[in-house]
Unconditional design. Sequence first.
Length: 150
Amino acid sequence: MFFSDKLRLLRTQANLSQEDLADELHVSRQSVSKWESGISFPEIEKLISISDYFHVSLDALLKAPLHDTPITETMDRLVLQFLGSSQSMHDISQQLVTIMQDGKIDAREALQLEQILCALDHIMQDICKLKQTFSTAYTTNTTGISGSES
């Protein structure tokens, strides 16, 4: 992704108009428009101001690629699965408390424990997939366009 695209994305994510951003950077709206269309490029002082304003490193602004849509879609899906798992974890906790109340595990409770272990395996798989996806996204773009590094 080019600087012009990144600037437009950052501006729109911040719900700013070109005029708003121009005011923040003490430039004309036409300058912002030219930067976003790739007609011209900001001076180094303005690049630093843009970097500071959006809390984005100059590397991310100038050379690091943004995450691809498939990665973010995958991450969104995996995060939703994980959030669903958090409800399962709550249920599992409740079941474990019930099982352990009398200090004995009968045959029915042993079966419940097997089911809990199976559910935990699925949750762990979801966590591993999420971790792998985040790791892949992070190594693809170590500076992150929407991160707070600068």
